[in-house]
Write a protein that binds this ligand. Structure first.
Ligand SMILES: NC(=O)c1ccc[n+]([C@@H]2O[C@H](COP(=O)([O-])OP(=O)(O)OC[C@H]3O[C@@H](n4cnc5c(N)ncnc54)[C@H](O)[C@@H]3O)[C@@H](O)[C@H]2O)c1
Length: 359
């Protein structure tokens, strides 16, 4: 049954920092309109089927600020919030180390829809635990890798499937010289999405010297990525390097399709007739519509209303992306060797720590 305005879904936000409650000034200023509303709480308020019933943070200041701004009860302990409010939808915007426990507690308290910040977790052991929890077919999950929900990236994927493009041969994501756990959950998820979520055969990755410390199977730090190569099982390749700009480039035999500047526009290059140079340019500017985290929450509402295929696909993408992230660490530890993401070291951990802050 479709949820209506009068029976809104009880929703709570855990973690009231930038992603939970206060969109950063830099994002407000620079990000394309399609990224707003970005914070979880703002997105809950923008989704008419949802009702924000409470917020939680262990730090008093952001908690008090969020509770006052959104006029909802404040909890310093997420277990107390879950116990008292029994939200059906929970959004989790803490840092990563506590995330698996928050997820498990939310489900135990009856939540059926989760919007989770990236990355999902820090270890293969936690991923295995989360794979088991996500197996519940009635649980809907979406992720902070929002580009996969944005229309302009869907448009790029559709264009790449058209005959003139000549078949997709490579996807390259350009997010600069950036840390694995903080930035590249986005790159990896986007790459997977544009590759049609097809199976990845191997992952090879190298990190910048000195960006992490190794203790056996434990990588301490947030590795600065110099290169990642994904090989898909049908010959498609995916590349993440150090080029910046927040662009993604899809390459086909007859041209390229780029989504530039985090979704500001789409640029198509191709040729006329048999010209081998791709000098024909077409630009499509984004239409300026809002979207952001609201797009993910819309999907959760659809999931709660019974869209089983979408629920399954969204959860599979989250788990696969996390598996590929961990596979990058395993490849680096093996000197950049190609790693089968299905064969991860069960002891592998990537702390994602930068100083005393975690991704
Ligand atoms: N999707 C995106 O584009 C995007 C952008 C930035 C950050 N992130 C991710 O979002 C997460 C949060 O990032 P941020 O920049 O908002 O961080 P932040 O530090 O601003 O906010 C995190 C908040 O969680 C709170 N917290 C920590 N442990 C808690 C617990 N056990 N219970 C309740 N609250 C707890 C902290 O006190 C803090 O207020 C990170 O994992 C980050 O990687 C995603």
């Amino acid at each position: 049954m479709i949820a209506t305005h009068s029976e809104r879904i009880r929703s709570a936000v855990i973690g009231c920092g930038r992603m939970g409650a206060v969109t950063s000034e830099a994002m407000r200023r620079f990000a394309p309109p399609a990224w707003m509303p970005l914070s979880h709480a703002e997105a809950v308020l923008a989704q008419p089927c949802l009702e924000l019933v409470g917020v939680c943070d262990i730090a008093p200041e952001p908690l008090a600020a969020a509770a006052a701004r959104f006029s909802v009860p404040a909890y310093a302990d997420y277990r107390q919030l879950l116990d008292a409010l029994r939200p059906k939808l929970v959004t989790v915007a803490t840092r990563t180390p506590e995330r698996p426990d928050v997820i498990a507690a939310s489900l135990a308290a009856g939540a059926r829809a989760l919007h989770l910040e990236k990355p999902l977790c820090n270890s293969v052991a936690q991923l295995t635990q989360l794979e088991a929890l996500f197996a519940d077919p009635s649980l809907a999950c979406t992720f902070g890798t929002l580009r996969r929900y944005m229309p302009i990236y869907h448009r790029a994927r559709t264009l790449a499937s058209e005959a003139y493009f000549g078949g997709l041969s490579q996807v390259q994501v350009n997010m600069g010289k950036a840390p694995l756990m903080w930035t590249h959950p986005h790159s990896i998820d986007l790459l997977l999405f544009l590759a049609g979520d097809r199976p990845v055969k191997s992952v090879s990755a190298r990190f910048a010297d000195g960006s992490v410390e190794r203790h056996g199977s434990r990588i301490d730090g947030d590795p600065v990525v110099t290169s990642i190569l994904f090989e898909f099982d049908d010959g498609l390749s995916g590349v993440i390097g150090q080029t910046g700009g927040c662009d993604v480039v899809l390459a086909g035999n007859n041209g390229t399709i780029a989504v530039e500047s985090d979704g500001r526009r789409l640029r198509i290059r191709t040729s006329e007739g048999s010209d081998i140079y791709w000098d024909r340019h077409l630009l499509e500017e984004a239409d300026g519509s809002p979207g952001g985290t609201r797009l993910a929450l819309d999907r959760l509402v659809e999931g709660l209303n019974g869209n089983a295929a979408q629920i399954l696909a969204d959860k599979r993408a989250i788990l696969t992306g996390q598996r590929l992230l961990l596979a990058c660490g395993q490849s680096h530890l093996a000197g950049g060797a190609a790693v089968d993401p299905a064969q991860l070291d069960p002891k592998l951990v990537i702390t994602g720590r930068s100083g005393n802050r975690y991704a």
